[in-house]
Design a binder for this molecule. Structure first.
Ligand SMILES: CC(C)(COP(=O)(O)OP(=O)(O)OC[C@H]1O[C@@H](n2cnc3c(N)ncnc32)[C@H](O)[C@@H]1OP(=O)(O)O)[C@@H](O)C(=O)NCCC(=O)NCCS
Length: 162
């Protein structure tokens, strides 16, 4: 059975392993790179863990989603979703949907939030289809916004009002 929940900060190494796996295996899916994040400190991993929820299969982490509440005075009504990842062998079983469902539930508890935004590589058709399913709309295209292994990729900006 798949459970979705936060992890205690003492499980930061499991988070680190999953995030580095995501960056290594899916380099075109994320703005950050393995080479940069492999150098992050324990303090930083623990800080990031607070913004992340995980899909667990028999307590083994198999997917995750991160979201950050914008704390700038003029943008406190916005949340940014990022780092969405499900291990390959667990895909197409509804785990991505469970992660989004849970993230939306947590986000909607904050009544000040009006909007969720995210960026996605236009090649990530599964991710785009997942976000569209939840009412995210494509509102822009950042051309050649990622450069990975000698190739440029466009990023799509998506947003959803809640
Ligand atoms: C995007 C991702 C998280 C989806 O996870 P998942 O657990 O396989 O998703 P689900 O099984 O819940 O499927 C949810 C929806 O995604 C879409 N989807 C999933 N796999 C798909 C595929 N191979 N092709 C097209 N759409 C797909 C469908 O709309 C699906 O809904 P449906 O089952 O009702 O048709 C996963 O493919 C992944 O980790 N990709 C690599 C990382 C990535 O691109 N992250 C996004 C960064 S912005």
């Amino acid at each position: 059975m798949i459970q979705v929940k936060k992890l205690h900060s003492n499980r930061w190494k499991e988070y680190k392993a999953l995030r580095l796996e995501a960056l290594k295996k899916e380099p075109t899916s994320f703005g950050s790179s393995y080479a940069e994040e492999t150098k992050l400190s324990e303090v930083e991993w623990k800080r990031r863990l607070k913004n992340t929820i995980f899909a667990l299969a028999d307590d083994k982490r198999v997917g995750m989603i991160a979201f950050i509440f914008n704390n700038k005075i003029k943008a406190r009504h916005i949340v940014n979703i990022f780092g969405v990842y499900v291990k390959k062998e667990y895909r197409s079983q509804g785990i991505g949907k469970k992660l989004i469902d849970n993230a939306l539930l947590l986000i909607s508890k904050n009544k000040k939030i009006m909007k969720i935004d995210l960026c996605v590589n236009q090649k990530q058709k599964a991710a785009i289809s997942l976000y569209k399913k939840y009412g995210f709309k494509i509102v822009g295209r950042l051309k050649k916004d990622l450069f990975v292994n000698g190739k440029f990729y466009d990023e799509l900006l998506m947003e959803k009002f809640i």
